[in-house]
Design a binder for this molecule. Structure first.
Ligand SMILES: Nc1ncnc2c1ncn2[C@@H]1O[C@H](COP(=O)(O)OP(=O)(O)OP(=O)(O)O)[C@@H](O)[C@H]1O
Ligand SMILES: [Mg+2]
Length: 250
């Protein structure tokens, strides 16, 4: 359904992505792992043109876009097929939970307000916030704010949702509620690409793991093989560091 091919991105002579390719099928949960600075966020941002890669291709079914020559029309089409969930939620503080979700529907997707409100309420209900429509972000916990971020993403009915460390800004006791919502979406068949350090989520929910380091994919595979039988030395080191005492027999 989505294929990204040979993505390259350089910031001020620093080559951050050195030719990254990933295939995502409908219903896949692809988890991207990797140390800090390996290019995970940059990759996600390049997929929906929050950042423009220097070269590479993004192919959504029958829509293929060469990044170097992409027009603003191409970019709009790609953006319509994706939604982004940010580490720091990125909500409008002066808007209620409901308004945060309707905003993109009304402005970007040109959906009439009454319909937008209906969709936004359904989306908030889905993430367990049916009693928080009129709360401002400052009146919500971090976990609730991130669930508004997820509601905003599902409301636009994208082909794929891109999550960039959605739980890393949360207190430990709030992480579970957000991962729980993501797990439910995965079960419903929502296609997701998730950058996370939550290894239990990666093992339980992902059907494909991509491990990046220094701007390249070092290793990828299904979670069982990846965690129990990593092939590359770099992967083994990473797993040992992130899962202490890992004997690779999970
Ligand atoms: N806008 C930018 N301008 C210049 N350099 C950037 C920019 N964005 C990212 N970089 C650099 O690109 C590299 C990869 O950054 P990126 O944020 O993609 O890493 P990451 O894998 O998401 O790391 P983390 O796990 O810490 O979030 C880093 O060296 C970073 O400094
Ligand atoms: Mg990052």
């Amino acid at each position: 359904m989505l294929e990204i091919k040979d993505i390259h991105k350089t910031f001020h002579k620093n080559e951050v992505l050195k030719g990254v390719s990933i295939k995502v099928e409908k219903g896949d949960v692809v988890v991207i792992l990797g140390p800090s600075g390996s290019g995970k966020t940059t990759l996600l941002r390049c997929i929906n043109f929050l950042e423009r890669a220097d070269r590479g291709e993004i192919i959504f079914d029958n829509l293929g876009v060469n990044i170097a020559s992409a027009t603003s029309g191409d970019i709009t089409k790609i953006r319509k097929r994706t939604a982004f969930v940010f580490q720091n939620y990125s909500l409008f503080n002066n808007k209620t939970a409901l308004e945060n979700v309707t905003e993109g529907l009304i402005i970007a997707r040109k959906i009439p307000k009454p319909k937008a409100i209906e969709i936004a309420k359904q989306s908030l209900d889905k993430v367990g916030l049916s009693d928080r429509y009129n709360y401002y972000p400052s009146m919500l916990s971090g976990g609730q704010q991130q669930r508004v971020g997820i509601a905003r993403a599902i409301a636009v009915n994208p082909d794929v949702i891109l999550f960039d460390e959605p739980t890393s800004a949360l207190d430990p006791e709030l992480i579970g509620e957000v991962l729980g919502v993501m797990k439910r979406l995965a079960k419903e068949g929502v296609t997701m690409v998730v950058v996370t350090h939550e290894m239990t989520f990666a093992q339980d929910v992902a059907n494909h793991i991509v491990f990046m380091d220094k701007g390249v994919i070092v290793e990828e595979g299904n979670p069982k093989d990846f965690f129990s039988n990593p092939q590359e030395e770099r992967t083994k080191q990473f797993l040992l560091r992130i899962v202490p005492n890992n004997d690779y027999s999970i």
